[in-house]
Ligand binder design. Structure first.
Ligand code: UDX
Length: 454
């Protein structure tokens, strides 16, 4: 098939590259000149395992191409994916300006039957609204539409269908999630569109659920909100564990053995970040507020997550003395919102670093991938290019992402580099007893405090 993907961001680029690899002809539309230049050189502007190679291969084989001209892609395609960003506005709602812009351009261009697939995460009802807006646009240029493409007795509306097809990609595992997803959701009331998408997704071995567009849109928000709730829930349990000297890892393991609960997304720590959970929980809450509905659980999920990051500061104050963090050198290990990515969007490290800087601490950060991006966003933080450089002379080691190389650190050696033996382990990576043996005062999240025998 000929496919157009609008927006070569995280979702668009991975989706386009995988469909090109399936043998389709994919044209990706990207209007940001820097991104487009990088892509045209056969490189990728984001760090995602396997993506560089896939983009290079499919570009070379002629299955994947890039343009900044939406009309060029839409004119030749049977399926058009909308994969532009829907960032948070100041009030938490989703900013749909890119979606509307693209919608209007599609309406100005369509001239043959096309299925428009909404991959961008949009509030419930927006897929239908996109459809209405395209129909209105087409009615304004009825004369230009070839009659043979108007397939039913209906009007120009019959030359397109808009379908909601939410993505559930995890950063760092996006290619794997595209080829082996848990499910494909197709929100459509059109048999013709459904048939085409079933054909397109045929190589993917996963259940395909067909719903109405509004339910499909809600599935995306509900799934992210539920996963975020699992994390905030276990973080609340962790906080309580600290009061009763229980171990949240054991609690999570015991809970997870019940397959109605499951073991995943029960890792306590500094909370969730990234491009999806914070933004999508806020947008869903805003939708509820606008409808006059008090979504109490979701409000708490967000609140707990924001509070959780700052527990790092409480723990530092507890260990370094409550007077002040002023002048203390604090080493942050892990700046990305999770390992194996250079993405720092809404990463817990941002809130922690900013708070430490406000308190007058000297903050030095290390991350295997995300350091450069972090330095641009929080210029007050010194960036170390090696772990040792970050830790030398430090008063505390604060671990914020569970990168493999941090887990492999020899804590006795690390102790020798630091000025004060303090670890705040935001992801429960280190063994508290090892830390104690190496001479550290250690605090994890939801773990009993191990102390030297008096
Ligand atoms: C997530 C969803 O998993 C994906 O389905 C959706 O489409 C986009 O958002 P992603 O943002 O890549 O994917 O990250 P994910 O691996 O889900 O982790 C999100 C955040 O939760 C990270 O900051 C991670 O550290 C945190 N997390 C995850 C926990 O704190 N505890 C856990 O048990 C799991």
């Amino acid at each position: 098939m000929n496919i157009c993907v609008i927006g070569a961001g995280y979702v668009g680029l991975t989706t386009g590259a995988v469909l090109a690899d399936f043998g389709h002809h994919v044209i990706c539309v990207e209007v940001e000149p820097n991104k487009l230049a990088i892509l045209r050189q056969g490189r990728t502007p984001i760090h995602e395992p396997g993506l560089d190679d896939l983009v290079r291969q499919t570009t070379r084989s002629g299955h994947l191409a890039f343009t900044d001209e939406l009309a060029e892609g839409v004119a030749v395609s049977e399926v058009v994916f909308i994969a532009v960003g829907t960032p948070s506005r100041a009030d938490g709602s989703a900013d749909l300006s890119a979606v509307w812009q693209v919608t209007d351009q599609i309406a100005q261009t369509l001239s043959h039957y096309t299925v428009i697939v909404v991959k961008s995460t949009v509030p419930v009802g927006i897929t239908d609204a996109i459809s209405d807006r395209i129909a209105t646009g087409l009615r304004g240029r009825e004369q230009e539409i070839p009659r043979e493409d108007v397939v039913t007795d209906g009007g120009v509306e019959s030359i397109f269908d808009v379908v909601s097809c939410p993505e559930f990609l995890r950063e760092g595992k996006a290619l794997m999630d595209l080829v082996h997803p848990h499910r494909i959701v197709v929100g459509s009331t059109s048999d013709r569109a459904e048939k085409l998408l079933r054909k397109l997704f045929a190589p993917i071995d996963a259940p395909l659920l067909v719903t109405d567009p509004r339910s499909a849109e809600m599935i995306k928000y509900a799934s992210n909100a539920f996963l975020a709730a699992k994390i905030s829930f276990i973080n609340e349990i962790a906080n309580l564990c600290e009061h009763v000297e229980a171990d949240v890892s054991a609690v999570a393991q015991g809970m997870g053995l019940d397959d109605r609960i499951g073991p995943k997304f029960l890792q306590a720590g500094v909370g969730f970040g990234g491009s999806c959970f914070p933004k999508d929980t806020r947008a869903l809450l805003r939708t509820a507020e606008q409808l006059g509905y008090d979504f109490a659980i979701l409000r708490a999920v967000i609140e707990v997550n924001e509070r959780q990051r700052l527990r790092v500061i409480e723990k530092l104050e507890e260990l370094l003395g409550s007077q002040s963090l002023r002048g203390r050198r604090i080493a942050l290990l892990g700046l990305a919102f999770k390992p194996e990515t250079d993405d720092i969007r809404e990463a817990p490290s941002l809130a922690v670093a900013r708070c430490l800087l406000r308190r007058g601490a000297e903050v030095v950060g290390y991350d295997p991938q995300a350091a450069t991006r972090f330095a641009e966003v929080v210029p007050g933080v010194k960036i170390a290019t090696e772990i040792r450089e970050a830790l030398e002379g430090a008063d505390a080691l604060v671990l914020l992402t569970e990168c493999k190389e941090f887990a492999e650190l020899d804590l006795a050696e690390v102790r020798g580099w630091m000025r004060t033996p303090v670890i705040v382990d935001g992801r429960n990576v280190f063994d508290p007893l090892h830390a104690l043996d190496a001479g550290f005062h250690y605090r994890g999240f939801g773990r009993p405090v191990v102390m030297e025998e008096a």
